[in-house]
Write a protein that binds this ligand. Structure first.
Ligand code: S3P
Length: 182
């Protein structure tokens, strides 16, 4: 199995629920960068954006990722916020220090999961149509980077348990085959 696993994906794709379940199954620790940042700032992410600005959030997010993936850090499953993989330095570091898993999800399913949520500052439009277009716009911009992941696993129409089983099946296929050829 890889030293570390980093889970990426759009808001609502299931990172914060699949991550802990995967960590438990693999006997690894779990870290959610949004949760850590909310504890550090002592406020929800939406208020970090409002009071400190997105630039400050992204800077803290980038520093946290670098800290979590320091040379001696192993045995971790880390869930990144939906925009973290947009930073080139973070992408490069994560790709060298972890197996990257992209949790993909259909736009229709993302909308169903996100439409009534109020804690995503980049998805705080009022009307359903505006939220749909925000999801479409952001997902279109980010998908090329998400697809740089080592594994892509869809959470559309999948339970957390089914997703974890699919991830571990794919990880075994990749890492056991590497072991047998090494
Ligand atoms: C963001 C996603 C959020 C959080 C912040 C920015 C984004 O995390 O990091 O609101 O840029 O898509 P989730 O993916 O857990 O919602």
């Amino acid at each position: 199995m890889p030293e570390n696993i980093v889970i990426i994906g759009f808001s609502g794709s299931g990172k914060s629920s699949v991550g802990p379940a995967l960590a438990r199954k693999l006997g690894m620790s779990f870290h959610d960068t949004d949760v850590i940042l909310e504890k550090r700032y002592r406020m929800p992410v939406s208020r970090i954006f409002a009071q400190h600005g997105e630039k400050s959030f992204r800077s803290s997010e980038k520093e946290l990722i670098a800290s979590l993936l320091g040379e001696l850090k192993t045995g971790q499953v880390i869930a990144l916020g939906g925009g973290a993989f947009e930073d080139r330095d973070s992408r490069r570091l994560v790709k060298t220090r972890a197996a990257v898993i992209y949790l993909s999800c259909s736009q229709r399913e993302l909308y169903r999961r996100l439409k009534d949520q109020t804690d995503r500052p980049l998805l705080d439009s009022v009307t359903g149509q505006e939220i749909r277009s925000d999801i479409k716009r952001l997902l279109h911009a980010r998908r090329p980077h998400y697809l740089m992941a080592d594994l892509v696993v869809s959470t559309t129409n999948r339970t957390v348990k089914e997703t974890v089983n699919e991830i571990t099946r794919k990880l075994k296929t990749v890492y056991d085959s590497n072991k047998s050829t090494s």
